[in-house]
Design a binder for this molecule. Structure first.
Ligand code: 3HC
Length: 292
């Protein structure tokens, strides 16, 4: 909806002024969650096609809700309105150089007291902070996929992050209906240290020749909402493989390098998971449910 300008700029509650950079799966889910909780949001990407896809996805999610009230999402190719943002959530590709560039760009546009938050899953907050003039106003805010549904959010305090930035991130998470936990900086933060140990065990089983569909069936019968192969499809093979590579390399004794990583094999074959229509499983276009 391009008509939110007034609501965004005129909002007296500064916490309501949220900007999101990056209209991929996570940025879309984060912006949608803000809007559902009455926070007017601006969503910026460099690609018009990504914004269009993101808006379509939000419309699809909205159509499934019985109560479709909420604030507007304004999708844009420029940084219009960022000067009055109180919080900017960066959700671009998990690459240090690109994130440093985007965070530096954003910092040059926003107010002095605006808080920048990165949705990185595997980069160090301290490494991202090196690009910034005001590292005290920067923290991690790690959402889980699908962001509209998963309740937990990790707020990551870097070495230079101020209490103000942590408190702002916690308030933002609460305003979005999430359960925040504040964690220290370090490879994998808290959740991915646990999750990646499980994923490592899964990859070892695959390397030993066990069928991934059987592993999914067993873990789901055990009571987990989705097995590891399906989960990886939902997370995205690109995002998942990168997280694995970084986190396995950080804990070589607990998660030793694998001779043949099945995620890498799929990725090299151009399979990105659910968002690309195929990963471990095949997906119908537009479907977000279980593969048939
Ligand atoms: N976006 C928005 N809403 C979605 C959605 C999506 N992509 N997928 C499902 N939903 C909603 C559905 O609309 C439904 O809402 P309703 O209850 O209001 O109707 C609700 O979620 C439940 O969906 P379904 O009934 O279709 O399916 P399930 O009961 O299987 O639940 C799930 C889906 C919540 C995704 C569940 O399978 C789950 O919890 N899976 C585990 C996900 C997980 O572990 N994520 C973490 C990934 S790791 C990560 O992100 C970290 C990164 O650093 C790698």
């Amino acid at each position: 909806d391009p008509g939110d300008g007034d609501a965004f700029a005129a909002s007296q509650d500064l916490l309501l002024r949220t900007c999101v950079v990056g209209a991929g799966v996570m940025g879309t889910g984060i912006a949608y969650t803000c809007a559902c909780h009455g926070l007017p949001v601006r969503l910026k990407d460099v690609r018009a096609s990504a914004l269009q896809h993101s808006l379509q996805e939000m419309e699809r999610l909205l159509a499934r809700r019985s109560d479709a009230t909420g604030a507007a999402v304004r999708a844009q190719l420029d940084y219009q309105g960022f000067e009055c943002a109180s919080v900017v959530i960066e959700a671009v590709v998990d690459n240090l150089g690109i994130k440093n560039k985007v965070l530096g760009e954003v910092e040059g546009l926003v107010a002095e007291d605006a808080v920048l938050l990165s949705n990185t899953s595997s980069l160090r907050i301290d490494d991202l902070a090196t690009a910034l003039q005001r590292p005290q106003n920067f923290a991690g805010m790690h959402f889980f996929n699908p962001a509209p549904v998963m309740p937990l959010v990790e707020v990551i305090r870097g070495r230079q992050t101020s209490d103000y930035a942590v408190q702002t991130a916690v308030k933002q998470a609460l305003a979005m209906g999430k359960i925040p936990i504040v964690v220290r900086d370090g490879p994998g933060f808290l959740v991915n240290r646990i999750l990646m140990a499980y994923i490592h065990a899964f990859l070892r089983l695959l390397a030993e020749g066990v069928d991934y569909q059987r592993i999914d069936r067993v873990t789901e019968a055990f009571g987990w909402p989705m097995g590891p192969a399906y989960l990886e499809d939902v997370v995205g093979l690109d995002v998942g493989t990168q997280s694995c590579d970084l986190i396995f390399a950080s804990y070589p004794e607990r998660m030793p390098a694998l001779p043949r990583n099945a995620f890498r094999v799929l990725l090299d074959a151009g399979l990105y998971g659910q968002k690309g229509g195929a990963g471990f499983y095949l997906y119908r276009p537009g479907a977000d449910g279980r593969p048939e």
